[in-house]
Each structure stands twice: as structure tokens, then as C-alpha cells.
Design a protein around this ligand. Structure first.
Ligand code: SF4
Length: 361
């Protein structure tokens, strides 16, 4: 069975979809590129790229798998091509290894991978298994301070006073206590360098109100992103510590977060559930979040992972229908996506008819 949607994808067919759905061409093209991946390149399993799409003066960061020999997308001669036609200049491209730190929004947002995300396995679609690792496990405030000092020196920052958020993206703490201790140590370390912003953790092990209270108490201003990912086939697609979180429980946790003045939201992978399940699940959580959730287009890194994609999502209309339905779902919340928070969203340049704010990198 063919699990790709590539047949017939070209500039003309994407333009037709853009018109039919009333969506900018840029958004349709980048959703298609994320969903399809690109043809193999230099042995990279996956690459971070900065692109300047034709007709745009902005540079966009995207991360694509380079595994799909059937893909209509290909990087050749410094450009991203769709069915042999250039659609964007490639301004920069590098292998996407699992790094220890990276920056977004010009350094206002710092992401740390201080708990060996590269060693975490169990989610069927996770790229860890195919990426090179350059991360490690750091436990104490002193070890975390060393990373922050290195980061400041590397970027010429006198301190961390400018930073708004420090995110830990290692979703691999086995117990709530491990996650709380790690984030508390990070708060101590970051305090030493004048950081007054919010700490942010992606996790699904923090569920009980007691744990959330401890988190708030020991870690200061906090943002918790529940790694929900999908609503159907959870035990098949996700590692056990994530799969056991139900939609109803996630809703309760988000309510507790709101009570405790913790910003709560969730990650969701668009393309794993039926359209109806996706819309209903997200509609259940939407009134309970404190910021727009991280909804990412499903990326497959090999043919095996491609089988995880829901049948309905083999057609690009799925993503465009979901995009439109979710604009309606989130309308009463007043929340909207921001570019630097998500490099494979359903919304690149426009959300519900309004521009998505940058920066794009
Ligand atoms: S929790 Fe799942 S998606 Fe996250 S790093 Fe571990 S295996 Fe990968």
C-alpha cells in the first residue's frame, strides 16, 4: 500500500488547493513539504533549513525529513524544488542532530535538552532513533549552570536577563519527582544569571494536583505543555508513560494548571487521528489552555513511520480542513499561534485571516 500522498503534487495542484480553501500558497506548500519530507540528501536523516520562499522577503526555519525517495520535494542547487520547480531559496541547511541547546526568537526563547532526549525511545514516530546525538543528562544546579554559562559566552550575553522563557524539551522523566527536581535545579541555576522569566517543560508525567503545586512552589512562573500527541491508538503510537494520559485527565490537569497560575497547553501531531477525532479532542482541551497549543504536522522518517499516518491524512485536504475547523474552535479563546513556537504548524503566515506574528526563526 502506498502511504505517501505524492502523486500529482506540483505547484499547480497546491495553488488550486490554496484557492479552494482560501489559504495562502506559502502555507499549503510548507504543510505539504512537512507532510511529504524531501528526497534523500547527503545522508542526512533530517535537516534544519532556513528558506526564503519565492516572492517572500522573510526567512523561515523548517526542519524536514530527507528520507522519501518518492517525494516531489527536493533540495538542489541551493533551492527547495517542488516537482522540478524552485519554490524557495535555501539560505542555510544543517544536519538536525539532537543538540543540547538551541535558541528561538533571537535568544528570547532558550530550549535545553538537559535530560538526554536522544536516549528516550518508545513513540513510534520519534526521530531520536535516526538522529545523531549531541546531548547529555545534567542533574544538579551546578551542572546546569555550566551549560547556561557556556550559552551566555557563546552568544556574548552578559546574563540571562533578556530571556523570557527557558524550555526543557526532554520528555523523558519517568516520575513526577524527577521532573520537578530537574526544573527546580534549573530555576536555581538560571537565577544565578538574572533570569526572571518562565520555565517551560514538555511532559506528561506531571498529573496530580499535589505535584503541580510543588512545581509551582519550587520552580516559580511555569508553563507546562502536556505531550498529548494524539487521541486514538495511543498505546500503539506512544511510549507507556505518555499513552496512559487520557483526554479527560488532560483536561483536568489543564484546569488545575489554570487554578495554580501555571500556563498549560499541549502538543498534538496532526495526521495521526481521523479528522473528526482530532477536532473533537482539541475542542475539548481548547477552553482549558493558557496559550495556543503546539499542533505539528506529522512527519515520517521512514516507510515504517509513514504507516502511522491516518488514512484520511494521506490527502492534503485533511490538514486544510483541520486548520479551518481549529480556527473556529479557538475563536472564543482569542488565542493564536506564533511563528517561533512551532516549525511545522498548520499555520505559517496566516491564522483565521490574520497574520501570524514572527520572528520565523
Ligand atoms: S517521549 Fe516519545 S517523542 Fe518524546 S523523545 Fe521520548 S520517544 Fe521521542
Amino acid at each position: 500500500m502506498n502511504h505517501t500522498m505524492t502523486t500529482g503534487l506540483n505547484g499547480e495542484s497546491l495553488q488550486a488547493l490554496a484557492v479552494q480553501h482560501g489559504v495562502p500558497y506559502l502555507d499549503v506548500a510548507l504543510i505539504a513539504a512537512n507532510s511529504e519530507g524531501a528526497r534523500p540528501l547527503q545522508g542526512y536523516p533530517r535537516a534544519r533549513m532556513q528558506l526564503r520562499p519565492n516572492g517572500s522577503s522573510e526567512t523561515w526555519q523548517i526542519i524536514l525529513p530527507f528520507d522519501n525517495a518518492q517525494s516531489p520535494f527536493e533540495v538542489i542547487d541551493g533551492s527547495l524544488q517542488l516537482a522540478g520547480e524552485s519554490i524557495a531559496d535555501v539560505v542555510a541547511l544543517e544536519n538536525d542532530d539532537v543538540v543540547l541547546t538551541y535558541l528561538r526568537a533571537g535568544g528570547r526563547s532558550i530550549t535545553l535538552n538537559t535530560h538526554s532526549r536522544s536516549k528516550c525511545t518508545g513513540c513510534l514516530f520519534c526521530p531520536n532513533v535516526i538522529e545523531d546525538a549531541a546531548d547529555e543528562t545534567l542533574a544538579t544546579a551546578d551542572q546546569l549552570s555550566e551549560v547556561l554559562e557556556w550559552l551566555m559566552a557563546d552568544n556574548g550575553w552578559p546574563d540571562l536577563g533578556h530571556a523570557e522563557v527557558i524550555t526543557v524539551c526532554s520528555g523523558c522523566f519517568h516520575y513526577p519527582g524527577m521532573a520537578i527536581d530537574h526544573m527546580a535545579a534549573l530555576r536555581i541555576a538560571a537565577d544565578r544569571y538574572g533570569f526572571t522569566g518562565r520555565l517551560h517543560l514538555l511532559s506528561s508525567v506531571l498529573r496530580d494536583r499535589d505535584d503541580l503545586e510543588r512545581l509551582r512552589e519550587k520552580c516559580g512562573p511555569f508553563h507546562l505543555t502536556l505531550t498529548m500527541e494524539c487521541f486514538e491508538r495511543r498505546s500503539l503510537l506512544l511510549k507507556d508513560t505518555k499513552a496512559s494520559l487520557t483526554l479527560e485527565r488532560a483536561g483536568e490537569i489543564l484546569e488545575d494548571c489554570r487554578d495554580l497560575d501555571i500556563i498549560g497547553d499541549f502538543t498534538y501531531v496532526a495526521g495521526l487521528d481521523s479528522l473528526e477525532t482530532a477536532v473533537n479532542g482539541i475542542a475539548h482541551l481548547a477552553p482549558r489552555v493558557g496559550t495556543f497549543p503546539r499542533i505539528q504536522v506529522f512527519q515520517a522518517h521512514n516507510d515504517y513511520m509513514r504507516r502511522a499516518r491516518h488514512r484520511e491524512a494521506e490527502d492534503l485536504n485533511y490538514y486544510l480542513d483541520l486548520r479551518s475547523a481549529l480556527e473556529t474552535v479557538f475563536a472564543p479563546t482569542g488565542l493564536a499561534p506564533r511563528s517561533w513556537e512551532n516549525y511545522r504548524p498548520l499555520w505559517y503566515s496566516e491564522f483565521a485571516g490574520s497574520p501570524v506574528p514572527g520572528p520565523r526563526v
